[in-house]
Design a protein around this ligand. Structure first.
Ligand SMILES: Cc1cc2nc3c(=O)[nH]c(=O)nc-3n(C[C@H](O)[C@H](O)[C@H](O)COP(=O)(O)O)c2cc1C
Length: 216
């Protein structure tokens, strides 16, 4: 086999000893409580861009796709995101009602995979959140539509500049919305190049979370 052009020395580091260690015996009953603990630890280490995560969706006939998005919040029972629901991911989330998210932080050699139900925020919440955005963000979301062909960039930039220069409030386009992923399975992973990596899997069954260690 020809040698890989990727440098094999760029291995993941160990999860630092003072980071939370995965332990099925002491882990919280709710996986998002553990995710919040981990995020606290990641932020304390000044992680670079800790909230850019991979969001995976699938079409109704099972073709998968993924992309980077920003995790906006970890709530008690859900993860919060925003997107254009006319985009590929938006159409697919509406078709299947499901999505998956992967997070990885190199600073702590920790990773979390979440799958769950997609729940769209209602119009009132979307309007309120849109109103809080910076004008440049509001205008970008108005003049740019994920995935459509870019036939005339100058025309698009013209609309961007005109809206930026105006004093009129920017209305939320119907397609721009916030949504939550309500998890039904969450797997935590931590790395240990000296010994075995660890994983802890949470599953939602009959109205309750169960969890246990699984092989990594
Ligand atoms: C760092 C980063 C953050 C991003 N955050 C978001 C986001 O929060 N929401 C979003 O819809 N797209 C976000 N994007 C753009 C998406 O990766 C993607 O290009 C876009 O949403 C269209 O995806 P789709 O055509 O697969 O639906 C981000 C991209 C990057 C690189």
């Amino acid at each position: 086999m020809p040698p890989s052009t990727l440098d094999p020395r760029v291995a993941f580091p160990a999860t630092p000893a003072d980071s939370a260690r995965l332990d099925a015996g002491t882990a919280p009953a709710h996986p998002l409580a553990l995710l919040s603990d981990w995020i606290e630890g990641v932020v304390a280490r000044d992680a670079v861009e800790p909230f850019y995560v991979t969001l995976a969706t699938a079409s109704a006939d099972g073709v998968p796709s993924s992309r980077t998005v920003q995790l906006l919040d970890v709530e008690e029972d859900a993860l919060l995101f925003t997107t254009n629901f006319g985009s590929r991911k938006g159409v697919e989330m509406r078709a299947t009602g499901r999505a998956a998210v992967s997070l990885y932080w190199r600073e702590t050699a920790q990773s979390v995979n979440v799958t769950g139900r997609v729940v769209e925020a209602d119009d009132a919440e979307c309007d309120a959140r849109f109103a809080e955005e910076a004008r440049g963000v509001q205008v970008s979301r108005t003049v740019s539509f994920h995935g459509l062909p870019l036939d005339d960039e100058a025309e698009q930039l013209g609309r961007f500049s005109a809206l930026m220069a105006s004093d009129e409030p920017v209305e939320r386009p119907e397609y721009w919305r916030w949504f939550r992923i309500v998890p039904d399975a969450v797997t935590f992973w931590e790395g240990n190049p000296e010994a075995l990596n660890r994983r802890l899997h949470y599953a939602w069954h009959d109205g309750a979370w169960t969890h246990g260690a699984i092989q990594a």
